[in-house]
Design a protein around this ligand. Sequence first.
Ligand SMILES: [Zn+2]
Length: 99
Amino acid sequence: MYKEDVRAGQESADDGTDDIVDRANNAYNRELMFSLSDTERKTLLQIEDALRRMDQGTYGKCANCGNPINPLRLEAVPWTRFCIECQELAERGMLELEP
Ligand SMILES: [Zn+2]
């Protein structure tokens, strides 16, 4: 019962937006970064990178081969840097990534 109360309190505190992208946009600060898990922090960095690429006008292009990334893929993973082919290479460690 006590746990449920705490959980309800937390949910109302963050407006119920548990989506990582919303959290990045709504509460874009260091405090948030510290409250994130490693996976979430990594995702947030990828989102920052994507926003930077939007500024540079390179968003939606594969960082490796330069081909346009499939819009459906962008919809599913908006912060992705790679087209599906290059993503597979990257996951197999076959892609030279910039630091
Ligand atoms: Zn590619």
